[in-house]
Design a protein around this ligand. Structure first.
Ligand SMILES: Nc1ncnc2c1ncn2[C@@H]1O[C@H](COP(=O)(O)OP(=O)(O)OP(=O)(O)O)[C@@H](O)[C@H]1O
Length: 314
């Protein structure tokens, strides 16, 4: 039994028009995709804007109406609409979105934001609930006093940590992360990505990581699906995709990353030597939330990772 399986999934949106507002055409947002996710791994879903990535995430979690196909979670058929899915599914599968700000209710204190999923899914006493909220804040590296505050009192990176804390509140097994760092400043992106990796290790989470950025996906994912116009044109391990891309579209996407981390053993060796030489010039200093300095290195035009993990990859 696979952890999660998506079979021939289609989501088609009708386009209405004319005098009677009848259906005049269809958008084939997802047009027959198959996926198989294994527990504890990170899967990347990559492609350019409009190719159907977000629709895939939303269809899996039940926020989009499925035209046809099947979704199985731990052997259970969960293809039906979200409201008809079991509370087991709602508890075990969570989603975080790009816009960390608008996904937090500005009128609620952090304590109430985190209490909501706890009250919906876990049967805790008020004392246990308070303890759980403190634990969640500790996991995401925020001080306990944060629970008295409101979302506007936090930075973008801290807000995304609160979103992650909320997603973790129900002890999920799968987190679908839709562009979780693309709205954040570059130095904060690396912090949040590395933090997500730590949380994954700690709780054995599976991630479905949606991104248009192959640099970020390379840093995060074990297995990658390349999406183009509602279909997968290629899928494979990180090594398959980056070292031996088959489809022209994947090659084009890869070519668009001016990467410091090239493909192929020989080239990597050269790059390591080069890396050591130019390390000092490429390094960017950043500060974490506790004011500690750390080094960042660019992996694409728009994304940075910590220099320590870039060294590992090169
Ligand atoms: N509710 C809707 N009604 C009609 N068309 C839609 C709807 N939602 C999405 N679409 C269309 O479906 C296609 C896929 O959209 P989707 O948001 O999944 O793409 P994406 O790959 O996530 O893009 P981005 O990276 O820009 O978020 C697009 O052509 C989009 O315009």
């Amino acid at each position: 039994m696979s952890f999660m399986q998506v079979v021939d999934l289609k989501v088609h949106y009708p386009i209405r028009g004319g005098f009677f507002n009848s259906i005049i055409d269809w958008v084939y947002a997802i047009d027959g995709i198959d996926m198989e996710l294994e527990k504890g791994k990170t899967y990347g879903l990559v492609g350019e804007s409009g190719c159907g990535k977000s629709t895939t995430g939303k269809a899996i979690i039940g926020l989009e109406k499925i035209t046809s196909g099947k979704i199985f979670f731990e052997g259970e058929d969960v293809t039906k609409e979200r409201k008809s899915r079991t509370s087991h599914f709602h508890r075990e599968v969570q989603m975080i979105f790009q816009d960390s700000h608008s996904s937090l209710n500005p009128r609620k204190q952090i304590r109430d934001i985190l209490a909501e999923p706890i009250r919906n899914f876990l049967n805790l006493t008020p004392h246990e609930e308070r303890k759980k909220i403190d634990e969640l804040l500790e996991i995401v590296g925020l001080p306990s006093e944060s629970k008295e505050k409101y979302p506007h009192e936090f930075s973008g990176g801290q807000k995304q940590r609160i979103n992650i804390a909320r997603a973790l509140a129900t002890n999920p097994k799968l987190i679908i992360a839709d562009e979780p760092v693309s709205a954040l400043d570059l130095s904060v992106q690396a912090q949040v990505l590395n933090f997500m990796k730590d949380v994954q290790k700690k709780f054995g989470l599976t991630y479905l990581f949606i991104s248009h950025d192959l640099g970020v996906v390379k840093h995060m994912c074990d297995y990658i699906y390349i999406m183009y116009k509602g279909r997968f044109v290629e899928c494979g391990t990180k090594k398959d995709i980056y070292e031996n891309p088959k489809h022209l579209y994947t090659k084009r996407l890869l070519a668009s990353i001016p990467s410091l981390i090239p493909v192929g053993r020989e080239k990597r060796k050269q790059a390591r030597q080069e890396f050591e030489k130019v390390y000092e010039q490429h390094i960017h200093k950043a500060f974490d939330e506790n004011g500690r300095v750390f080094d960042l290195i660019p992996i694409s035009n728009t994304h940075y990772v910590s220099a320590a993990s870039a060294k590992e990859v090169v």
